[in-house]
Structure formats: C-alpha cells, structure tokens
Design a protein around this ligand. Structure first.
Ligand code: CTP
Length: 403
C-alpha cells in the first residue's frame, strides 16, 4: 500500500529507538523507501550499522559531513520524502522543533522540510506531563505537526504512566492512512466549519467569541487522515492550515455559509464553528467616532443565517451525515437533544463551555455524542483524540446504516 512512497525516519535518543528498527521493516514490507537520520542520542540506543542494514541505505548522522552534504544536502534530505516521521520523538527534539533550533542534522532537516511531519513521542511520564513539554506539543499541534501516542503503561525507566511510544504497527497504520490513500473515507467529500466568526461593527471593530478553532481544525485533519477529501471553512484563527486539505478562510457568518455552499456537494458536514448568532444591522462603513457629550452608539443586531440548520434541510444537496456542535453552559444534554431536533442534523456533539471547563481555547474537551439512537459520553481527552474518535465514528457510519 505504500509502494514508491518515501519516508524520512528520524530516530532520536530514547530506549524506544529499538522499536524503530521494526518500523523500518514494516514500512519496507509495504513497499515504502525509508531513509534514516540518526541523532547522537539515537546512536546510543541503536547502531548505525543496524539501521543501514535494515533500511538498505546509508544512515545520515552529521550536519557538517562533507560527504553527506555532497551526496545529499540536508535540504534535499528533508524534501525528498513524502512524510517525515520522528520516532522516537524525545522531549528534547520536541523542544527543539517548537523553538526552531537547528543544531544537528535531525533538527535542521525538521526546520527545512516542507512535508508533513508525524512525531511519535516517547519519554518518562514526568517529562511528558511537564508544562514545558505540553506547551511545546501545543505549539507543534498549532503548526500542523501530526502526532501519534504516546500510550500509557510500563516504561523502560521502571515507572508506569503516559510516555510509551506507539507500537510500530500503530505508527505504520497511521502512515498508511496519511499516505496510502486507502483510508476508510477515501473517495468521500467532507466539509468542516471551524473557529469563530467576526461580525463587523465598522472597519476596525467587530463582535467575536472565544473559539480557537482547535477542535474543528483537528476534526478536519482527522477526516483527511482517514482518506476524506476535506474542505475546511475557517473563521479567523491563529492556527496553521492542517496539511493535505483545502482551507477556505472567511470572517463573517454570511461568508461562512456562502463558502460551505460553494464547497458542496459533500457527504459529510461537521459544523464545529462557533458562528455568531447575530450580525450588525447598522454596520458603519467608516470608523465610528466618539462625539463629545453624545451617548454611546447603539449596535443593532440582526439574526445571522444558521449554517447548520440551513444545510440540514432535506433535499438533494443535503450531506448524508450532518454533525453539529452544542456549546452549552448549563443543562448540557437536554439542550443538546433539543438542538438536534431543532436544527435537523443527524448528530450533535455536546460540549460544556462554562467558565472553568477550559474548553474554549483549551487543549482538552469532554464531549457527548447525541444521536436519535442515544447518547455516547466520552471521557475528557485531548481535542486531537476527540477528533480521531469522531472521525472513526463517522467512518464506521459509512460502512453501515446511519445511526
Ligand atoms: N451554527 C451554525 N450557524 C449559526 C449558529 C450555529 O452553523 N448561525 C452551528 C454551530 O456550528 C454548531 C451548532 O450550530 O454546530 C450549535 O451552535 P450553538 O451556538 O451551540 O447553538 P445555537 O444555535 O447558537 O443555539 P443557542 O444560542 O440556543 O445555544
């Protein structure tokens, strides 16, 4: 399934490096060409000879090696690949990636690449949970760096907890989903809305909300990983465009509706955007000025089009599966069930956005998938994990009747 695909595998210094030898074998079994970069730390755990013998290619180790640079400069090395995989990705290399440090061949190639990057972190639990590591991971996620794992369990250091590198087979499956084009949603078109909308008051002021777009962007990326052809319609966010999908940038709710309609037909629509319910009726074309002694201006609001409700209406253009979100601060499940009926969509993903929930702008989410068939409550997890799980559930829906 990976015939002719080129993987640059960066092996950094963790005990899990031995699993990367297995990964090389598995990738080759599937027809991929694997080129390896071994960091100084990586070479403490696996030998260059073993990596070279398995990959059938020389191992690249030095940034300032005359022969390496003559044969294959670090820029070419980083670009002549369809995917860059860092496995194991230590806390150190993750920190270097986040900071943009380029002080060896691996970090330089990572800075120079224009290809998707997948990291498979592996480290001690305390290092994984450290605020510095988590902040670095958030930075990488915002830049569109893909991640698999780590899992939890017995660690080589003798402790138990999160930090165990994903198994080679799991990494292989992820790579196949990314490159193989054989994911369960291959051939299906999906539209995802994400982020807030901005409703202009005048040319310099607008009404907005706290949505970061993290959850919507993660869902778009997860659907693409499963092979869907995804159009992400995004309000103003500070996130990088996820790789491998089409991104349409809009500001207002009206523009978002237009962009969604222009992206049709699609079989899947996920409305994760926090669309402003109201636009400004008396929007000024010039900046509103303060007038001495005059009362503050009044902003008149008009209802915005409801994208989810509009696209849920029966008709030939209706996507086969329409998923909405319910951002609630109270009576979460009751409000979500009412919203499901009112909007006419197939599923509602309900999440608590009350103060203290940390959902808006945060990294994690606690969601309940509300369908006519019942409620599926998921434990609190990272937004990427919510996205993967939702994408998997969407994919399984397309294998059988809608539930
Ligand atoms: N939505 C939309 N267009 C709008 C408003 C909301 O597509 N103009 C979608 C959101 O993307 C989300 C769902 O509708 O999928 C629910 O949004 P939410 O703001 O939680 O609900 P509201 O419809 O605004 O209802 P309420 O204000 O009563 O909470």
């Amino acid at each position: 399934m990976l015939d002719g695909r080129r993987i640059l595998l960066i092996i950094s210094g963790g005990i899990a490096a031995y699993k990367s030898l297995e990964l090389i074998r598995r990738l080759q079994d599937r027809g991929a060409a694997v080129r390896c970069v071994l960091t100084k730390g990586g070479a403490q755990f696996v030998t260059p000879l073993a990596v070279a013998a398995l990959s059938g290619d020389k191992v690249y180790q030095e940034l300032f090696s005359l022969t390496d640079e003559a044969e294959m400069g670090h820029i070419r090395l980083s670009r002549e690949a369809d995917l860059v995989v860092v496995a194991p990705a230590t806390a150190n290399i993750i920190a270097k990636m986040a900071a943009g440090i380029a002080d060896d061949l691996a970090s330089t190639a990572l800075l120079a690449t224009d290809k998707p990057v997948l990291i498979a972190p592996a480290m001690n639990t305390m290092m994984w949970l450290h605020a510095a590591t988590q902040a670095n991971l958030a930075t990488l996620a915002a830049r569109g760096i893909l991640r698999i794992g780590p899992g939890a369990g017995d660690l080589a250091c003798g402790e138990v907890g999160a930090g165990r590198m994903a198994e080679p087979m799991e990494i292989l499956e992820r790579i196949e989903a990314l490159l193989g084009g054989g994911g369960p949603l291959t051939g299906r078109r999906a539209i995802v809305t994400s982020g807030p909308t901005h409703e202009a008051i005048d040319p310099v002021r607008y009404i907005a909300n706290r949505s970061s777009g993290r959850q919507g962007h993660a869902i778009a990326a997860a659907l693409a990983r499963l092979g869907a052809e995804v159009t992400l319609v995004s309000g103003p966010v500070v996130l990088a465009d996820p790789p491998g999908l089409q991104v349409v940038k809009v500001e207002s709710a009206a523009q978002m509706l237009d962009a969604v309609q222009a992206a049709l037909p699609a079989e899947i629509l996920v409305c994760a955007a926090a669309v402003a319910d109201w636009g400004v009726a008396n929007r000024a074309t010039e900046k509103r000025k303060k007038q001495a002694g005059a009362p503050p201006p009044t902003i008149e609001l008009v209802p915005n089009p409801d994208i989810l409700a509009t696209l849920s209406q029966p008709g030939p253009a209706r996507p086969r599966l329409v998923v909405g979100f319910a951002a609630e601060t109270e009576n979460l499940l009751d409000n979500a069930a009412a919203k499901l009926a009112r909007k006419g969509c197939d599923w509602i993903v309900a999440n608590d956005v009350s103060e203290g929930s940390g959902t808006f702008g945060g990294e994690a989410n606690t969601v309940h998938v509300v369908t006519p068939g019942g409620i599926d409550s998921w434990p609190r997890m990272g937004k990427d994990e919510v996205a993967d799980r939702l994408a998997d559930r969407i994919a399984s829906t397309f294998e059988g009747p809608l539930s």
